[in-house]
Write a protein that binds this ligand. Structure first.
Ligand code: TYM
Length: 336
């Protein structure tokens, strides 16, 4: 084990990366490498719980990796890798399956939502999805997991599994797993859809105008924000129950500019929705400009991207294999 605290997080390579993924996750990863050992994955094993086209999946992994780097994640200071390249994830996931209850997994809201959406493919992987996520986290002794609000329930389950395993196999000063804490940003942890501000903005949304994608051109961003659903009344005020549309735009503006919501309410007191939306659009365009400028060049250097993944997998495996060994020993497996 190591002296610096460790963070680990990941994104499913499905759909297209949204502003929600950026504000809820990636943006908050950026400063952590100064103080933490950082591991960031593309969770391709998780992605196949829903049918994927193989060629599209492969290209998307390159695209997402290029976007990670374009957002400012330097591969020298952050271990960037693909989940399927580190065999310990699938191996620990199997073990943890045997320490997770059917009832616990049945209560996961993401499972309930996804099984309602994919009725023809409610596979065992979809059910066991949170166990693989627990393995991802526990393999790296992650002390903190920076995620958006929707992953909170999975994090709680991870903590429960870790504590259960420690209670059975650990000793007071020799715990097997580090019990991780979620790291959820105060603003931006739950960005909602522009057309339906009562449901979260999602990578795999069918409605093109509901989400802002990191690679949307500036005029598309501006158009989508101008057409975003707002609420009755003309007041720019943060009130999720009464004004979900305006509140969501306020969250976006606060998270992209770093200004507080009360300061923004004051700034836009008496303004029309039109002026407010124009300010939100400008802030988002400015925030994504440097990312989009860097992206293209990175995306074209496929060999460079592959080299990052090879190096990342090698560095990740060192930590992951050590944990898996500790677990196998605790279980009584004959050492390999
Ligand atoms: P995924 O791919 O759905 O989302 C990636 C990250 O983006 C955050 N996020 C949002 N934040 C704010 N507003 C939104 N509308 C929004 N939509 C998504 C998510 O909270 C997440 O942080 N199960 C995970 C991937 C995963 C993982 C892990 C995460 C697998 N193993 C280990 C952390 C640690 C998922 O499907 O995220």
């Amino acid at each position: 084990m190591n002296n610096r605290p460790t963070v680990l997080s990941g994104i499913q390579p499905s759909g297209r990366l949204t502003l929600g993924n950026y504000l809820g996750a990636i943006k908050n990863w950026l400063p952590l490498s100064a103080t933490h050992d950082c591991y960031y994955m593309l969770v391709d094993l998780h992605a196949i719980t829903v049918r994927q086209d193989p060629a599209v999946l492969r290209e998307r992994c390159y695209e997402f990796l290029a976007l990670y780097i374009a957002c400012g994640l330097d591969p020298k200071n952050n271990v960037l890798f693909v989940q399927s390249h580190v065999a310990a994830h699938a191996r620990l996931s199997w073990v943890l399956n045997c320490y997770t209850q059917f009832g616990e997994l049945s209560r996961m809201t993401q499972f309930k939502d996804k099984s309602a959406k994919h009725v023809d493919n409610i596979n065992a992987g979809l059910f066991g999805y949170p166990v693989l996520m627990a393995a991802d986290i526990l393999l790296y002794d992650a002390t903190h997991v920076p995620v958006g609000d929707d992953q909170k329930q999975h994090l709680e389950l991870t903590r429960d599994i870790a504590q259960r395993f420690n209670n059975i196999y650990g000793a007071p000063k020799h715990e097997i797993f580090v019990v991780p804490e979620p790291m959820i940003p105060p603003v931006g942890a739950r960005i909602m859809g522009l057309q339906d501000p009562t449901a979260k903005m999602s990578k795999s949304d069918d409605a093109e105008t509901n989400a802002l994608y990191l690679l949307d051109p500036p005029d598309t961003i501006t158009r989508k924000i101008k057409r975003a659903v707002t609420d009755v009344g003309a007041e720019v005020r943060f009130d999720i129950a009464e004004k979900p549309g305006v509140s969501n735009l306020l969250s976006i503006l606060a998270a992209t500019t770093g200004e507080s919501i009360p300061a923004l309410e004051e700034r836009f007191a008496g303004s029309q929705y039109g002026a407010f939306k124009a300010a939100v659009a400008e802030a988002v365009v400015e925030c994504l400009k440097p990312v989009q400028a860097r992206y293209q060049e990175l995306r074209e250097d496929r060999d460079g991207l592959l080299a990052v993944l090879r190096d990342g997998a090698e560095r990740a495996a060192v930590r992951a294999d050590a944990t898996l060994k500790r677990v196998h020993e605790a279980l009584g497996f004959i050492p390999e």
